[in-house]
Ligand binder design. Structure first.
Ligand SMILES: Nc1ncnc2c1ncn2[C@@H]1O[C@H](COP(=O)(O)OP(=O)(O)OP(=O)(O)O)[C@@H](O)[C@H]1O
Length: 232
């Protein structure tokens, strides 16, 4: 495999450390994600998926272990450096869209680009292209409240990709949608990821969705292990 876009080595994390309420969530988690590879992260609720994704995306720090993004070790880097890598190299998608309610779908995708120094003209063209790829260019001028849940998530996908990250981290991206919508919206996300050649780690409870990704890993007692196919 060529140089991984994301490499996690020996990641450990506990909450309430050193107290009787200590919760050891991660105990030496290891993961390598290659260029263009899409990995499903499967685990029961409370197993530590969000904790792992937050550490991988530099939103939180591990107690031990290494996080490498594009071959650069991120441990011990300044907050400023971590913020820049997060802004430029990592896209996030959550279960809820977190779009800005007072702005249109288009503006929600344009604003992160303007903050990154992209001209409005280029930012708008890119936002429209992304909306088109997920099939909702006609909704560009609508505010989030005027969009369906599935449409809101599609806009959130476009926003996550607005600044052309190399790595996408998604935490139950279709988890709040009904099964039929979830299926379609997930297909739109996968098409977007494949079109852009992104690497991704996508957490899901849904084994059918997980099976559509390149590889499946499971969080088991704080470590990542390959998910064995279920025997019918
Ligand atoms: N800030 C915190 N302080 C204390 N405990 C926490 C904190 N954040 C998470 N935990 C605990 O750590 C464990 C893992 O939480 P995490 O949110 O990573 O799980 P998850 O697998 O993403 O769960 P879900 O699918 O329900 O979102 C849980 O037992 C949770 O209660």
């Amino acid at each position: 495999m060529s140089e991984p876009v994301l490499k996690l080595s020996g990641i450990a994390k506990a909450y309430n450390r050193g107290t009787p309420g200590e919760i050891e969530v991660l105990r030496g988690a290891e993961l390598e994600v290659g260029p263009g590879e899409v990995v499903a992260l499967v685990a029961p609720s409370g197993a530590g998926k969000s904790t792992l994704l937050h550490i991988a995306g530099l939103l939180d720090t591990a107690d031990a272990g290494l996080v490498e993004i594009n071959g650069h070790d991120m441990s011990g880097r300044s907050d400023r450096r971590r913020t820049l890598v997060r802004r430029d190299d990592v896209g996030f998608i959550y279960q809820f869209h977190h779009l800005l309610p007072e702005f249109s779908a288009l503006e929600n995708i344009v604003l992160p680009q303007l903050a990154n120094g992209v001209s409005r003209k280029v930012a708008e063209a890119r936002a429209l292209d992304l909306l088109d790829q997920v099939g909702i260019a006609a909704r560009a001028s609508h505010r989030p409240a005027a969009l369906s849940g599935g449409e809101q998530q599609r806009v959130a996908f476009c926003r996550a990709l607005a600044n052309e990250p190399r790595l996408l981290l998604a935490d139950e991206p279709t988890g709040n949608l009904d099964p039929a919508t979830s299926d379609q919206v997930f297909a739109a996300l996968m098409a977007l990821v494949r079109n852009t050649g992104l690497s991704a780690v996508i957490a899901t409870h849904n084994l059918e969705l997980a099976a559509r990704m390149d590889r499946q890993v499971r969080l088991d007692q704080g470590r990542l292990v390959p998910l064995e196919p279920t025997i019918p």
